[in-house]
Design a protein around this ligand. Structure first.
Ligand SMILES: Nc1ncnc2c1ncn2[C@@H]1O[C@H](COP(=O)(O)OP(=O)(O)OP(=O)(O)O)[C@@H](O)[C@H]1O
Length: 572
């Protein structure tokens, strides 16, 4: 399993060290401020000497201003460093998540909602980043500042420092007690957010279904219900966060009250000056902002724990495809493909067959027979539970995924076009393909005709899935994308289903001219005339193999399958 990096490691240690130094500097500024206040009280305000010492007044004034400026600058630096740590951490996890996503078989992802997966990349990463940049970093600086300031105060007045320290400690402990509650409300709000995100994401993708079946009102009610639940969960979370904030604010107020009372007792006993008491109160006052932030630290912490759990669960998703360490590169050959006793639970059972170099193999069979699964196995989009698949004698599972994918070209309904330009989609398989290769493929797939139909030719924008193009245009671009570079194994999944004669003719041409081996799934009888071999699958088993002439002219399952479909069409 991929490991999630620790929040503080590598580069981030250095930034944390900077934050600790920053905390000490803030404490120094706080103490300087307090000392100046003490001086002002003892030497200027409570002194009985006649006349005001103007020079000292100016010095103290300038000193206070300098301390204030330094504190402000330190806070700016602190924010920037804290953000750097958080962003760096989020970056590292984002890359791990993305790498994992890319290593998952499409099947492994199909069990998850897209909205849920998206939330990992958006919401959960934000929660983790906030914990590090707003929580952990703030905690580090606030604790350093508080401890150092109190230590400095204890030099002037131990009893005052102890009093303030004690109040702060009690406040800190009582806010910790709210932690459990914070965790459960954080979990609940994450769950509600995930439900809503998954639903909205799905509705965006299938808006037509909702509209066509007239369910807009019902779906609206569902969203309203989910929003209300999210609202309640968020308000619950805010309540607990508010209580935490109340505790920290209360603690700060009590600390300054306690400093005042203990200070009064100390002054009346002659053990300290009024200036020291006011200085102590100034320190408490300056500690209020960091303390206030500490109230939120717990919230960030618990949100991040929930997020981390979700990220871990995602990283734990079985990938269904595994790459051996140091797997060698697959050597390109002439495309002899062999399935040797291949099984996949629920889809295929002990399939054995060989496609000879340059052969065109039609995969036929009723729906759910396992045709698409067989193609996915050849592309290593999934690995078999049992059996071996060899390309030119080399076990696909023992070779690097990258090299296996280089040996294949694939087109089908599960491989939509990507957002970008037509040019980007055409060259997706090989960005710097030479002009001759592009010309060859474009001629073969009739790309020039497609480009002539588009207002901006190659630069025409393609939306997600190529939905702004016609089905025929999409098919040609997808075919061209698949055969660029002449891969020795071409996998085509119903590439001409529901398309017109022209689109069928393009497929005919590709089949006739492609040099490598081709596996093509088809439900069209006419297509079989152009193939060398037919593999008939049913219930995950390869039941018949043979040439179209033999299979279609005998009482075979293949002949019956296509006869049935013809009869159904005729009687309809
Ligand atoms: N993502 C998935 N997770 C689990 N099982 C799946 C998944 N996709 C397909 N299957 C199962 O694998 C079996 C074979 O499906 P497959 O899509 O390979 O059939 P097919 O012959 O291509 O069908 P069709 O002609 O309808 O496209 C089916 O029983 C199906 O339920």
């Amino acid at each position: 399993m991929m490991q999630i990096p620790r929040a503080i490691s590598g580069n981030r240690r250095w930034f944390l060290t900077r934050l600790v130094i920053n905390g000490f500097c803030q404490a120094a500024a706080t103490v300087a401020n307090a000392l100046l206040v003490e001086m002002a009280f003892d030497k200027l305000i409570t002194t009985v000497s006649p006349g005001l010492n103007n020079k000292l007044l100016w010095q103290i004034g300038l000193g206070l201003a300098a301390a204030a400026i330094v504190t402000a600058l330190l806070r700016v630096l602190e924010r920037a460093d804290a953000e750097r740590i958080g962003q760096d951490y989020a970056y590292e996890i984002r890359m791990i998540l993305y790498e994992r996503l890319m290593s998952l078989a499409p099947r492994a992802l199909q069990n998850r909602s897209q909205g849920g997966v998206m939330l990992r990349f958006v919401g959960d990463l934000t929660a983790l980043r906030q914990w590090v940049s707003l929580g952990l970093a703030r905690l580090t600086v606030a604790l350093t500042t508080t401890v150092a300031s109190l230590a400095a105060l204890s030099i002037v007045s131990t009893s005052l420092a102890l009093t303030v320290g004690l109040v702060l400690a009690i406040g800190g402990l009582s806010s910790l007690k709210l932690g459990k509650r914070m965790q459960s409300v954080a979990q609940e709000s994450r769950r509600r957010l995930s439900n809503l995100a998954a639903n909205i994401n799905e509705k965006v993708a299938s808006i037509a279904v909702v509209q066509v079946f007239g369910q807009s009102q019902r779906e609206k009610k569902r969203i309203a219900r989910q929003s209300r639940r999210l609202e309640k969960a968020m308000v619950d979370r805010a309540m607990v966060a508010g209580q935490l904030r109340g505790i920290t604010e209360g603690t700060a107020a009590i600390a300054s009250g306690a400093a005042l009372i203990v200070g009064a007792l100390e002054v009346s006993a002659g053990r300290t000056s009024v200036g020291v008491v006011v200085a102590a109160m100034t320190i408490v006052g300056l500690l209020v902002p960091p303390l206030r932030d500490l109230g939120r630290v717990q919230e960030y912490w618990h949100n991040s724990r929930v997020a981390l759990q979700k990220v871990e669960q995602f990283l734990d998703t079985p990938s269904l495809v595994t790459q051996k360490a140091n797997a060698p590169e697959l050597k390109l050959g002439n495309g002899r493909l062999e399935f040797d006793g291949v099984s996949l639970e629920g889809s295929l059972h002990k399939v054995s067959a060989i496609a000879q170099p340059g052969q065109i193999v039609a995969l036929v069979g009723p729906n759910g027979a396992g045709k698409s699964t067989l193609i996915s196995l050849a592309a290593r989009l999934i690995d078999p539970d049992e059996g071996v698949i060899r390309l030119d004698g080399q076990d696909l599972a023992q070779h690097s995924l990258q090299s296996v994918r280089q040996a294949i070209g694939m087109a089908g309904p599960d491989l939509p076009l990507l957002r970008g330009t037509v040019a980007k989609n055409l060259r997706y398989r090989w960005r710097n393909a030479p002009v001759e290769e592009i010309t060859r493929v474009w001629q073969l797939c009739g790309i020039d005709e497609v480009l002539a139909e588009l207002s901006q030719g190659e630069e025409t924008k393609v939306s997600e899935g190529g939905k702004t193009l016609s089905a025929g245009q999409r098919q040609r671009i997808a075919l061209a994308r698949a055969i660029l570079g002449n891969p020795p194994l071409l996998l085509l999944d119903e590439v001409d289903a529901n398309l017109d004669a022209q689109a069928t003719a393009i497929v005919d041409r590709v089949l006739a001219e492609h040099k490598g081996t081709v596996l093509i799934i088809t439900h069209r009888k006419e297509r079989l005339a152009a193939v060398d071999v037919i593999w008939y699958l049913e219930n995950g088993r390869l039941i018949e193999k043979g040439s179209p002439e033999v299979l279609l002219n005998s009482d075979s399952l293949t002949a019956r399958l296509f006869q049935d479909s013809e009869e159904k069409v005729l009687s309809a």
